[in-house]
Design a protein around this ligand. Structure first.
Ligand SMILES: C[S@@+](CC[C@H](N)C(=O)[O-])C[C@H]1O[C@@H](n2cnc3c(N)ncnc32)[C@H](O)[C@@H]1O
Length: 322
């Protein structure tokens, strides 16, 4: 593939989307353009790809990466939540494949001033879109303690959310990543490291993860409305797919994966009436079939090569011809 960082589950995405010449594709989370490059390459000579990202730095990087495909790559700085609107502006009969590779990119994590990582000192920002008026520092310094605790619990699945929120409020103003990481470490202590994580459903990882990981995840999700955006977008994505078109979603934590799993289950089921009800009254009809019932995870060699891929889960659905 083209030069640059190899994206997560690259081959699996190409198998899921099955790009073909003449096809129409959407990459809703363009990032560095790695998956998009593969889709454009596999749909040569005339497949088209609409690539969206909220982050102008990602847009600049992907534009460079995809330059060889000329007008076959349509690149827009926009949210995937506007996917239906973006497609409506194109003269496309339907979309043959959509990819959402959720979350934060390596480029964003490795750019200290974006404030996504607690490994380096930076302002508490965490916005994908720099025109978003809400920064992580606003939440940390302005939310009442109980709301901050709820946020950290809900979006970080952090069992010590109340203790952490109390410590943050006591330390205000908290302006930088390392300051926040220190406050969290002080609140939960380092004793959690080295034993199994408790209280987070499905957390397979040992808690050798830094104690601030979940708090940072929670703030990032809230700043960018990541879960709300995903929930709103899944039905829109299915609606714009042509019959036989595929939707592939890579998630990186259980909250995202649960939303995708529940949506796919529901939309691949004909009747949603209670099981004991003898006659269907809901009239619900399946719009998709799940291509795989268990999420695809990266193999051992990919995880060794790219440890950040370890929590990736891919789910794929295909639109039914009605
Ligand atoms: C994991 S990276 C994608 C990497 C990409 N697949 C590649 O091959 O390089 C996720 C990207 O999604 C973007 N993003 C997050 N939320 C978004 C949204 N609502 N709309 C558009 N892009 C979004 C982030 O800015 C980031 O660049």
């Amino acid at each position: 593939m083209a030069s640059g960082h190899r994206p997560v589950l690259y081959q699996e995405i190409l198998e899921a989307i099955t790009p073909r010449p003449g096809g129409r594709y959407v990459d809703g989370t363009l990032g560095g353009g790695g998956h998009a490059w593969g889709i454009l390459q596999a749909s040569s000579p005339d497949g088209l790809l609409l690539g969206l990202d909220l982050d102008p730095q990602a847009i600049a990087l992907a534009t460079q990466r995809l330059i060889e495909f000329g007008e076959r790559a349509l690149i827009r700085q926009a949210s995937y939540t506007s996917l239906a609107e973006q497609i409506a502006g194109l003269d496309w009969p339907g979309v043959d494949g959509i990819l959402l590779d959720l979350g934060v990119s390596s480029m964003q994590l490795d750019t200290p001033e974006r404030g996504f990582s607690f490994q380096v000192e930076a302002p508490l920002d965490m916005r994908f879109d720099p025109s978003n008026p809400l920064r992580a520092a606003d939440l940390v310094n302005r939310l009442p303690e109980s709301e901050l605790a709820d946020l950290i619990y809900r979006y970080g699945e952090e069992p010590s959310s109340r203790r952490i929120a109390r410590a943050i409020v006591a330390a205000r103003p908290v302006e930088t990543t390392s300051q926040l990481a220190q406050v969290v470490l002080g609140a939960v202590g380092s004793k959690r490291r080295g034993r199994s994580a408790q209280g987070s459903k499905g957390a397979r990882e040992k808690s050798s993860i830094h104690p601030a990981t979940r708090t940072f995840q929670a703030l990032r999700i809230a700043v960018n409305d990541e879960l709300g955006g995903l929930e709103r977008t899944l039905p829109e994505a299915v609606a714009v797919l042509a019959p036989g078109g595929r939707l592939a979603v890579i998630s990186f934590h259980s909250l995202e994966d649960r939303i995708v799993k529940q949506y796919f289950r529901r939309e691949s089921t004909d009747c949603l009436c209670p099981p004991r009800q003898p006659v269907c009254t809901c009239g619900h009809r399946a719009t998709i079939i799940e291509i795989i019932h268990r999420p695809i995870q990266p193999g051992a060699s990919e995880v060794t090569e790219n440890p950040r891929s370890r929590s990736a889960r891919l789910r794929v659905a295909e639109k039914i011809s009605l």
